[in-house]
Design a protein around this ligand. Structure first.
Ligand SMILES: [Mg+2]
Length: 229
């Protein structure tokens, strides 16, 4: 049986919370690279891509938003991220997610990948740290575009290349914890699953009209029913 359902996961606030490891690496990376303090609370970063966030921080500090500055900042961030992940004491895989990833992984009709604002290397650092990286053979990342709404087609193209299936939008589910995730799913005509384990409440997510909203993913059976598995 070939795959027919495609599930694309956001990372932060959806699969894991790193309790500030990513934010600290972004702040320390900026300090290290540009010699200036950085306060990420001034940036509306949730659901954005790392390349978008670095541009915003540069702009916020009146520094030129050039490809060179963005690249240097991203490299500094990525060099510090493993250190911050190792320092963090309380990060975790969110409730129910490990069981859900495992179940979907063994489901013959389902393909799962990533659709995340992380850089590819950042995603690998985070998900390796939390021991779930092996579930993901492909994805779309901030390396592909700074605009999250551009990422869906990259994930669809890689899903097709890997599995030899043109997944129908009606059988494609974008999972995430912010309105940006819902929006980037809608622009490719996919179904959208929001989860209130990040910075947004059930009611806030519901207002953006996703296909479904979950408080968390502890009810594996309910999720499987939703995706028709
Ligand atoms: Mg997120």
């Amino acid at each position: 049986m070939s795959k027919r359902t495609l599930i694309l996961w956001d990372i932060d606030g959806t699969i894991i919370v790193s309790h500030g490891a990513g934010v600290r690496a972004m702040e320390r990376g900026f300090q290290q690279q540009f010699g200036l303090p950085c306060d990420l609370t001034k940036i509306d970063w949730a659901g954005r891509t790392d390349s978008w966030i670095t541009s915003e921080v540069l702009r916020h500090n009146q520094l030129p938003v050039t490809p060179e500055n963005i690249q240097a900042y991203l490299e500094a961030y990525l060099s510090l991220l493993p250190v911050e992940l190792a320092n963090g004491q309380q990060g975790q895989v969110l409730p129910g997610v490990f069981d859900l990833l495992e179940t979907l992984h063994h489901h013959e009709g389902i393909a799962q990948g990533l659709l995340t604002g992380n850089m590819h290397r950042g995603a690998q650092f985070k998900l390796t740290h939390y021991k779930v990286w092996h579930y993901f053979e492909f994805g779309a990342f901030a390396d592909d575009s700074p605009r999250r709404n551009d990422l869906g087609p990259h994930a669809q193209r890689r899903a097709k290349a890997l599995h030899g299936v043109d997944f129908a939008p009606a059988q494609t589910f974008i999972i995430g914890d912010t309105p940006h995730d819902i929006e980037c799913g809608k622009v490719i005509g996919a179904k959208t699953i929001a989860v209130a384990t990040g910075n947004y409440s059930l009611a806030e997510l519901q207002a953006h009209r996703p296909t479904a909203v979950f408080a968390d993913f502890s009810d594996t059976a309910a999720f499987l029913r939703l995706v028709g598995a």
